[in-house]
Design a protein around this ligand. Structure first.
Ligand code: SF4
Ligand code: SF4
Length: 264
């Protein structure tokens, strides 16, 4: 979620940080947090939601999201569209709650906790380290309830392990690029970044129906898996992003094309 920063606590928390919270159907604010909110999506959110809704990624993104370009990093993000009627409700909200609850996005699962990633000095040198914070919106009365959690317990209860594991590499790519020393992305790179991050079905066409497979030395088993496995394709997309954004030589061009092609 991209909460209004006025509600984001400035204090950094850890997995052991404790808080009292309970969200349930009888709470006076039930469903209020699912209105007028900027819910940023991750690649694994799309994998889950397209499957859940039986849509292609292209159809899902067109129907349910808009694109936000981050001013500082110039990176493109897919954000859930809220309806213009019904008080700005999320398209998946019903009177009984979230209609896609089992596949709801990672940001919805974390709320009212937020998670960030930052480069820190560690025993083995600078490395990306997770940090957490609370989002205390006045509309949310869950903090008045007396169920006590650590952030680690909340994370586990919300089924976030798999989401964090799947999205980690992508979040590290964002972090490595989100640096004043890095040039802003041009339109073409923004489109490629968006496609490899979110529009898996279009990325599959790009990989399988262009000269891509001829250009690079690729593992045959990995290529075979990507044909119909979205998670395998998503992970290959992260590899492609590192190469395309000049972060790592994750792909190798075949010798015969080396003179002709260089990512710029
Ligand atoms: S996806 Fe579900 S939990 Fe998330 S904002 Fe929409 S209705 Fe609420
Ligand atoms: S506003 Fe807070 S307590 Fe109310 S439904 Fe949303 S998360 Fe639950």
């Amino acid at each position: 979620m991209l909460p209004s920063t006025e509600y984001v606590e400035a204090v950094e928390r850890t997995l052991d940080s404790r808080f009292s919270f309970k969200c349930h159907k009888d709470v006076s604010c039930f469903n209020k947090c699912c209105h007028n909110t900027d819910m940023l999506l991750t690649p694994y959110d799309i994998v889950r939601l397209k499957k859940r809704l039986g849509l292609s990624s292209t159809e899902f993104l067109k129907k349910y999201t808009y694109t936000h370009i981050d001013e500082q990093s110039s990176h493109p993000f897919a954000v859930l569209t809220m309806s213009e009627n019904e008080g700005g409700a999320c398209a998946f909200l019903t009177p009984g709650g979230c209609s896609i609850y089992e596949d709801r996005p990672a940001s919805c699962r974390y709320y009212p906790v937020g998670k960030g990633l930052m480069i820190r000095d560690t025993e083995t040198g600078p490395a990306p380290v997770d940090f957490y914070f609370f989002i205390r919106q006045p509309i949310c009365k869950g903090f008045d309830e007396d169920n006590e959690w650590t952030i680690g317990q909340w994370r586990e209860m919300q089924g976030l392990d798999v989401y964090d594991e799947m999205n980690r590499e992508w979040q590290e790519i964002q972090l490595r690029r989100d640096n004043p020393d890095k040039p802003k992305l041009d339109d073409q790179k923004q489109s490629l970044m968006y496609m490899a991050s979110y529009d898996l079905d279009q990325f599959r066409q790009f990989v399988f129906q262009s000269g891509f497979l001829n250009l690079f030395e690729l593992d045959a088993a990995e290529v075979e898996k990507m044909k119909d496995d979205d998670v395998a394709l998503m992970k290959f997309g992260f590899k492609y992003l590192k190469y395309m954004l000049l972060l790592e030589e994750t792909l190798k061009i075949k010798d015969e094309y080396k003179k002709e092609y260089k990512p710029s």
